[in-house]
Write a protein that binds this ligand. Structure first.
Ligand SMILES: Nc1nc2c(c(=O)[nH]1)N[C@H]1C(S)=C(S)[C@@H](COP(=O)(O)OP(=O)(O)OC[C@H]3O[C@@H](n4cnc5c(=O)[nH]c(N)nc54)[C@H](O)[C@@H]3O)O[C@H]1N2
Ligand SMILES: Nc1nc2c(c(=O)[nH]1)N[C@H]1C(S)=C(S)[C@@H](COP(=O)(O)OP(=O)(O)OC[C@H]3O[C@@H](n4cnc5c(=O)[nH]c(N)nc54)[C@H](O)[C@@H]3O)O[C@H]1N2
Ligand code: SF4
Ligand SMILES: [Mo]
Length: 715
């Protein structure tokens, strides 16, 4: 490409020495459109230009996105396989590394059985790779033990959507329609920091008079501009949602025709929410009665409204209930399946949507098929060319795989694209699990905290060195381009899995020469499933600015708006959620009197293994901290810059104090993007949602104590 659009109607030329490659950001579910600038002669990546003609993000990018390219040729890249010898990593050839993996995997399986191996996947990878991770575990290794980092991210959204709508697509509407909405009810989403390029749509709508209601224990940058900020106690969302529905019903805001024709359980719901008067709701949530009432009136009177949420409501042991209840608010108002209205979760990781559909989950096969459904097993076995009897049974969830390590069932793990040593809850369980394993393989492009535990580290390529597709937070399937050749001797994950499969005697099932061939198989595997990609082709994606699944045939337009006529349930109706409020797994007691919640800052991404290597981002936010209200700080005689020891029932850690009025006075917030002694997951509660098996990252009980600055930080 020699020119690109700078703004509508204006084009810029590319310097003769450079070429532009059109792709998307590597990080969050926004998948902002960008062009990467490459020096033709040296192959060096020079920088990035936002893509103004990408309809979802319209030329906007955030601080992580504009520096994302700096990872690709970063000096820290792992360029050759590493094998741990006498406790130290030594560079090796691919042959030596793969020989060792083959020997160990075979040895362990012959001694302890097929299920002694396990795979821990991730969704920063393309659909092609995510699809292959599931097949790799079940066909190449023949193990039941596979799960992935989306279990910590999107599993409660998935559970809540399936319960309510019968299918899990993160958004029921395309993003550009947000501009035409009248009201956004946003719960547990720090949108301005975590999906920053969405904000433009809310501004556009606000300019036309739209209202915004934000539900968050902190006054985030999004809450600051809201019309109502419902500053609830962490872990009380289901009470708040029930309270909102109480008022929607009491004030006559229900779309009775819609509910009668399209929803189940209305009478039961009416009965269940009777209890949730504004007073009772206020008592549980700590939100003032007037604010609850004001929010209900704004939401109830808006002709077009969108209920949106994110991990704040999902990363709880009642996350599935929360999602189902908030979604039911939108159903009562008859908002789902219509223009500029509906329900959306802010999908987290770049391919957090696609990566959860193709079989990386312990109980799922591609196309969102269930491993417990004999027909699904038969179909996928035929696509994979295996005997249905050889299909492994469902395994266990991500955190529970570490229980299986502790009890000796899992003896080896291959971690592909995740850093659970930082990002899983109750890290001591994870760290001791990694130490206990007989053999750990990690595929990554930077040496992560998880990779440090490994016996073999395999250098994977970054997102800019391979082709493929991802599915963004709307459900739109988009193209990721190869920008440069693989750095050093690194290889794309699909090729690494193929080579291990060959050594495990399963090469004939992994006969691919490029990601396009994997995508063709994925299309067939997904055909007839809930997440049907069979009508999507690479060409269509480019021609149509992405294609929304479900898309069951090449002449099908794709599905930007879900549920226009029916829901994906057996009777075609949505299921209103009838659920009482239940307290979080841990609540403040005399011994642990405050609430700890964890999350993100705009400058870092997840475990931080990528963003902690980018100078600009580290300058902006070098270390984690404990954010608290002045009233709470004063109880402990703390000022900003002092150090505090936070102790939970799991562990303790010391953090710098940051005082702000933008948080409840009973809650402490810590961002989680750092490892080892700086990992807040040392403290978090691994209490799991009974349906989604999502850990409760957002709520646990904590005590505090003033402490001295750690040695290393003394100035
Ligand atoms: N900058 C940045 N952006 C990211 C990421 C990143 O690491 N950094 N990660 C991406 C990924 S994978 C994800 S999953 C998303 C996450 O995106 P978000 O879910 O928006 O981010 P979080 O910071 O985890 O949590 C959101 C908010 O939930 C609030 N909260 C805490 N407890 C509760 C509660 O009990 N109820 C309610 N209603 N709110 C609560 C927190 O105060 C916080 O403001 O972001 C994506 N984008
Ligand atoms: N306390 C607390 N903990 C949390 C959360 C929270 O809010 N609070 N949020 C949870 C959420 S929502 C999430 S999504 C998880 C994320 O947790 P992780 O999965 O640990 O997150 P990442 O840092 O993205 O880890 C991805 C790793 O893979 C590497 N990588 C990136 N792309 C590729 C690729 O294409 N191939 C390979 N092989 N490697 C690649 C990166 O360098 C990085 O080391 O954390 C969860 N943990
Ligand atoms: S908003 Fe998300 S996808 Fe867009 S530039 Fe930032 S991190 Fe990348
Ligand atoms: Mo996430």
């Amino acid at each position: 490409m020699s020119e690109f659009v700078v703004k509508p109607g204006v084009k810029n030329l590319v310097h003769d020495d450079e070429k532009l490659v059109t792709t998307h950001c590597s990080y969050c579910g926004m998948q902002c459109g960008m062009h990467i600038r490459v020096h033709k002669k040296t192959g060096k990546i020079m920088g990035v230009e936002p893509r103004y003609d990408w309809p979802v993000t319209m030329g906007k990018m955030c601080p992580k996105g504009v520096t994302a390219y700096q990872q690709v040729q970063h000096p820290d890249r792992i360029k050759r396989p590493l094998i741990k010898k006498n406790g130290k990593f030594v560079e090796s050839s691919w042959k030596e590394a793969l020989d060792l993996i083959e020997t160990k995997f075979k040895e362990l399986q012959s001694k302890y059985g097929k299920d002694s191996l396990s795979v821990f996947g991730g969704v920063s990878m393309t659909n092609e790779k995510c699809y292959l991770v599931g097949k790799y575990a079940r066909v190449a290794l023949g193990t039941r033990y596979i799960d992935y980092n989306g279990r910590f991210c999107m599993s409660s959204a998935a559970g809540g959507f399936i319960k309510t709508f019968g299918i899990d697509r993160g958004s029921t509407l395309p993003w550009p329609e947000l501009e035409h909405s009248d009201c956004f009810f946003m719960a547990g989403s720090n949108t301005a920091e975590c999906h920053p390029t969405s904000i433009q749509w809310f501004w556009k709508a606000k300019d036309k008079g739209a209202k915004m209601i934000v539900v968050d224990p902190r006054e985030t940058p999004t809450a600051r501009v809201a019309d109502v900020h419902l500053d609830l106690k962490p872990g009380t969302d289901s009470a708040l949602a029930n309270g909102m529905m109480h008022l929607i019903i009491r004030e006559g805001y229900v779309d009775e025709d819609y509910v009668r024709e399209r929803c189940n359980n209305y009478e039961e719901l009416k009965e269940a929410v009777k209890l949730f008067t504004p007073e009772y709701t206020s008592e549980i949530t700590g939100v003032a009665v007037e604010k609850i009432v004001k929010a209900a009136h704004i939401y109830g009177r808006s002709p077009r409204s969108v209920v949106m949420f994110a991990r704040g409501v999902e990363q709880q042991s009642k996350g599935v209930d929360n999602v189902a209840l908030y979604s039911s608010m939108a159903l009562l108002r008859g908002q789902v399946g219509k223009f500029a209205s509906g329900v959306a979760t802010f999908t987290g990781q770049g391919n957090g949507q696609g990566g959860r559909e193709h079989g990386q989950k312990a109980d799922l096969l591609p196309g969102y098929r269930k491993l417990t459904d004999p027909e699904a097993v038969k179909y996928i076995s035929s696509v994979w060319g295996i005997n249905p009897e050889d299909m492994p049974k469902p395994g266990v969830s991500a955190y529970e795989m570490f229980d299986e390590i502790q009890n000796g069932n899992i003896r080896a793990m291959h971690v592909i694209c995740s850093n659970p040593a930082v990002s899983a809850p109750n890290t001591e369980h994870i760290w001791s699990g990694f130490r206990k394993l007989d053999f750990l393989v990690v595929s990554d492009f930077f040496l992560s905290e998880t990779a440090e535990f490994a016996d073999v580290v395999l250098p994977a390529t970054s997102w800019a060195e391979d082709e493929g597709t991802t599915t963004n937070l709307e459900g739109r399937v988009i193209r990721i381009r190869k920008v440069i050749e693989p750095v050093g001797e690194s290889k794309p994950d699909w090729l690494i899995m193929k080579e291990i499969a060959e050594r495990m005697g399963k090469g004939k099932h992994f006969n691919y020469d490029n990601p396009g061939e994997i995508f063709e198989e994925l299309r067939i595997a997904s055909k007839g499933g809930k997440a049907d990609y069979s009508g999507i082709t690479y060409d269509r994606i480019v021609k149509e600015d992405g294609v929304f699944w479900p898309c069951p045939s090449e002449d099908h337009p794709g599905t930007p708006t879900m549920f226009k006529e029916r829901f994906d349930t057996p009777d075609g109706k949505a299921n209103l959620a009838v659920v009482n409020w239940k307290p979080a797994g841990e609540y403040p007691t005399e011994d642990f009197p405050h609430i700890l919640t964890t999350g993100r800052v705009v400058y870092h991404y997840l475990s931080g293994n990528q963003t902690r290597r980018i100078d600009f981002l580290m300058e902006q936010c070098p270390v984690p901290y404990a954010e608290m209200h002045p009233e709470l700080a004063s109880q402990y005689n703390l000022s900003s810059g002092d150090y505090v020891r936070l102790t939970t029932r799991r562990s303790a850690m010391d953090l710098e104090v940051r005082i702000t009025k933008a948080i409840r006075n009973d809650t402490v917030f810590v961002p989680y993007h750092w490892g080892k002694e700086l990992a807040v997951n040392q403290l978090t509660n691994p209490c799991l949602d009974p349906v989604s098996r999502m850990p409760e990252f957002k709520v646990c009980a904590v005590k505090m104590q003033k402490t001295a600055a750690p040695e290393a930080s003394l100035k």
